[in-house]
Ligand binder design. Structure first.
Ligand SMILES: *Cc1c(COP(=O)(O)O)cnc(C)c1O
Length: 351
């Protein structure tokens, strides 16, 4: 392929712009008296003080994440959920009304929503019947205005993986950015492509604290890429995009990682229990093999089952309108007790 040239695909206005200089990015050292940021020097209305602006680049937290993920601090971007890096990637690379991106439905809805917000054309190349990337079609959909290709692996809402070999094919052939969303990688039987960042300057990997780490309520998404890509993302981000409370809490969570390892193990065990139980339910026609913390099943009448479960106080996700998901109900793995209640309800629906 043509040599990947980052500068040629970053929007001109982003290359030229001068980023906002916050008080905390202009003075980085330690001082006794801070009178530079119009904070309330007296204190805050809470017991724990939050009167000071947080570190705009979250260095302490990034050092901890760098160790955890075997990455360099400069290769990390942290966002208010994964939604923020997704939106920022659009704004760094895609010219509204001109550029396009390639998605592989059925997949995570935010890629398309973010494209619409940014007035970027979406080229949908559905997965194959086996939920794999349709490499030939993807490659022929690329033109000189294609800037991003999103790949979700394990994929939401199918919980299935795509082949790494196909991801490499696209990385090698595409002179744009490949965004690999690994939100569910902690539940997968295979490893992250993080070690490939050094081989592919056009690879961007998304991970999150919302799933395995159990911190969805905090909003903390991770983005890993070359330091050149991260440099442009930092130019575009809001100055203080991660609150001090979030930074401190996530730092603490990483110190307690053993808890997460236990949760992951338990979730995978419960996933197996659910898969086995589903096999004995007549109206479940397909159980997609899951690499995530949820399972997509296909049933005779998804809408009716969904409503039956709602009436039982159990909420699942009706994905039957998505392409390749006809009759599809997406079920998150719950606690042992919750899963038993679900199975009982599913059996009752059968009668
Ligand atoms: C849940 C999920 C995320 C995480 O989103 P956050 O904004 O970090 O909570 C990212 N990608 C996919 C595919 C998801 O399903």
């Amino acid at each position: 392929m043509k040599k990947f040239d980052l500068n040629s695909i970053v929007r001109d206005n982003i290359k030229k712009m001068v980023p906002y200089a916050s008080a905390r990015s202009e003075f980085k050292g330690k001082a006794d008296i801070y009178l530079d940021a119009n904070e309330n020097s007296m204190g805050s209305a809470t017991e724990v003080l939050y009167n000071r602006y947080p570190d705009p680049y979250q260095l302490k937290l990034k050092e901890s994440i760098a160790k955890l993920k075997n990455a360099e601090v400069e290769q990390i971007f942290l966002g208010n959920g994964s939604d923020e890096p997704i939106d920022i990637l659009y704004r760094v690379f895609c010219r509204p009304g001109i550029d396009n991106v390639i998605l592989n439905p059925p997949t995570y809805g935010m890629y398309e929503v973010s494209a619409n917000i940014n007035d970027v054309e979406v080229r949908n190349i559905p997965l194959t019947e086996n939920y794999q990337l349709d490499c030939n079609k993807i490659l022929s959909a690329i033109d000189q205005n294609t800037k991003l290709i999103f790949i979700c692996c394990p994929n939401n809402p199918t919980a299935t993986p795509v082949k790494a070999k196909d991801i490499f094919t696209i990385l090698n052939a595409f002179n744009g950015i490949v965004i690999l969303d690994e939100a569910y990688i902690d539940f997968a039987s295979y490893s992250s492509l993080m070690p490939e960042l050094k081989n592919y300057p056009n690879l961007v990997i998304l991970q999150t604290f919302s799933k395995a780490w159990g911190l969805a309520g905090l909003r903390m998404g991770m983005c890993f890429a070359s330091k050149e890509i991260i440099y442009f993302m930092n130019k575009v981000k809001p100055p203080y995009n991660i609150s001090g409370l979030t930074q401190a809490t996530v730092l603490n969570a990483i110190e307690n990682k053993f808890k997460i390892d236990a949760y992951i193990k338990e979730i995978i065990e419960e996933r197996k229990v659910l898969e086995n139980e589903f096999k004995s339910i007549r109206y479940i026609n397909t159980i997609l093999p899951s690499e995530a913390n949820f399972i997509l099943v296909k049933v005779d009448d998804a809408k009716k089952l969904y409503q039956f479960l709602v009436a039982k106080g159990i909420i699942v996700r009706d994905r039957s309108k998505n392409i390749l998901c006809e009759g599809g109900i997406r079920i998150t793995v719950g606690t042992k007790k919750e899963n038993e209640a679900l199975i009982n309800a599913l059996k009752e629906f059968q009668k």
